[in-house]
Design a protein around this ligand. Structure first.
Ligand SMILES: [Zn+2]
Length: 202
């Protein structure tokens, strides 16, 4: 992987991001991140936060970023009225805030879907939408070696990797990825540090 320079600063950094948690697999991922001194960002579903509030708190306590991925991850997110979209986003932010004390500023759209209703709701809620440039396909029917190979092939400085903290398979992929990053002296940082973008209002 080539390195780039940003001013005088040598930047060999990427961001690992997780969607759809928290879940019991998040705990295994948090342990791995600790072990490899890596930071990550978690786009959590509000209803999952209500199921696993202690895990959501742990994400923040360990210096990772917690962010909004809607309240219920509705399949029809792209077809909801602007009022319903706004509720999905606002209620999720409230779940994050009451659980962790953080007012999230970052959002990732379920299924990557955007439209004018969603854009307006994000603007009203003061949230910034964050995408990715490496889609791991870890929720599809690929094995952990295929998923890791996909990521490895595409890694470059500034990459934002999309994973899901919802399966044991992804836990194994994360371990391979952290080993690979360490061997190549690439740092995994949270999105605040990678994008120089505030993750919280407070
Ligand atoms: Zn999702």
């Amino acid at each position: 992987m080539p390195s780039t320079t940003k001013g005088q600063q040598h930047t060999r950094q990427i961001a690992i991001t997780f969607d759809d948690g928290p879940s019991p697999f998040t705990l295994e991922i948090l342990d791995l991140l600790d072990q490899y001194q890596a930071k990550a960002s978690f786009f959590c579903i509000g209803s999952q936060i209500l199921c696993y509030p202690e895990i959501a708190k742990k994400i923040v306590e360990k210096g990772h970023v917690i962010a909004n991925h809607s309240m219920n991850h509705p399949n029809q997110m792209g077809f909801l009225s602007s009022r319903k979209v706004r509720i999905e986003i606002e209620v999720a932010n409230r779940a994050i805030e009451t659980t962790t004390g953080k007012r999230a500023l970052l959002y990732r759209p379920p299924f990557g879907v955007s439209n004018p209703h969603i854009a307006k709701a994000l603007q009203d809620c003061n949230l910034k939408s964050i995408g990715w440039n490496i889609r791991s396909l870890d929720t599809l029917n690929l094995d952990e070696h295929q998923i890791f190979a996909r990521i490895k092939k595409r890694l470059s400085p500034g990459s934002i990797v999309l994973l899901h903290d919802t399966s044991e398979k992804t836990v194994h992929v994360v371990k391979s990825l952290l080993i690979e990053l360490k061997a190549n002296k690439i740092e995994a940082v949270n999105l605040e540090d990678l994008l120089n973008q505030k993750a919280y209002e407070n």
